[in-house]
Write a protein that binds this ligand. Structure first.
Ligand SMILES: [Zn+2]
Length: 300
């Protein structure tokens, strides 16, 4: 009799415990460890930048709606960034998304802004199409990157900065891999240009120029005079360190033209934003200009 009572109590306890566990695990079904790595910074009134590892997505509020610069690597992560921006700006009308270049860590989340008009250089579309020709290759490359990070994580010291960074990167690639498994829809810029493009959103202007072949074949600069910000994509990082591949004379000639375009606007530039969220200034731009001059001297 006594054993029976103990048994009944145990069973009741197990049932209650499993209810509690079930309730806790279902209380926030969207909770994701990646959320801890997403950071938001307000650069100016109406200018918000979201970072997660190498992802950097900036939004600028205008009277006619929100303009976003770059879309991160993964649809599922960018959906989170979008929610944060909507909450922060108190609006959900996205007018334009501008891709600084074609690379997947800048265009991977385009689908999340398919209600906006996506803008990019005409080569951006060609390069993106080329990059997604073999989905199986992409998936296996992503699996390899994830395994590399898993190995790193095993060796790194608990709570170290390196470990946190590796964990964050692993999550970015894991989300990207999951996107492909869930049949990601690749979304291309619809509004493209060859040389320059300007558009006005009532109180904010956007000046776009094609940089010429450099970090990719589709790099553009975006200048927003009202907030005094220049976006340089992956062309260079802090101290003007350029991220540029093989170059020809024609490329350097083009850079010289673009340099003049920037110089004309330089009085108004306060902040220079790199493609991975690096906040730089005119000095970094000057260092980059020096590099262009050196290359100019080499080809002339
Ligand atoms: Zn890039």
């Amino acid at each position: 009799m006594r054993i029976k009572i103990v048994l009944q109590k145990t069973i009741t306890a197990i049932i209650i415990l499993s209810f509690i566990t079930h309730f806790l695990s279902c209380s926030n079904p969207t909770e994701d460890a990646a959320d801890n790595f997403i950071k938001m910074r307000k650069l100016k009134p109406g200018v918000v930048i979201i970072n997660m590892g190498y992802d950097a997505v900036t939004s600028i509020l205008t009277e006619k709606g929100i303009v976003v610069i770059d879309a991160g690597i993964s649809n599922s992560l960018t959906a989170k960034y979008r929610k944060i921006m909507e909450n922060e700006l108190g609006r959900d009308d996205f007018k334009y998304l501008i891709n600084t270049h074609s690379h997947s860590d800048h265009t991977g989340g385009n689908q999340i802004f398919n209600d906006a008009l996506i803008v990019g250089h005409e080569n951006c579309v060609t390069e993106m199409k080329e990059a997604v020709k073999n989905i199986d290759n992409i998936k296996s490359r992503l699996r390899n990157i994830i395994s590399e990070y898993e190995l790193q994580l095993k060796e790194q010291i608990e709570d170290s900065t390196e470990r946190e960074e590796a964990l964050c990167q692993k999550m970015r690639y894991q989300h990207t891999y999951n996107d492909w498994v869930n049949n990601r829809i690749v979304t291309y810029p619809e509004l493209t240009f060859r040389d320059t493009m300007n558009f006005n959103l009532e109180n904010v202007n956007f000046n776009l120029i094609y940089f010429g072949k450099a970090h990719s074949g589709s790099d553009i600069l975006i200048y927003v005079p009202e907030v005094k910000i220049l976006f340089v994509g992956d062309l260079f990082s802090k101290y003007g360190r350029p991220s540029i591949g093989n170059i020809a004379k024609a490329d350097v000639e083009r850079w010289q033209v673009v340099k003049e375009w920037v110089n004309k606007r330089s009085v108004g530039i306060e902040i220079v934003i790199g493609g991975h969220g690096q906040i730089m200034d005119k000095n970094d731009m000057e260092e980059f200009n020096k590099y262009i001059d050196e290359k100019w001297a080499e080809v002339n």
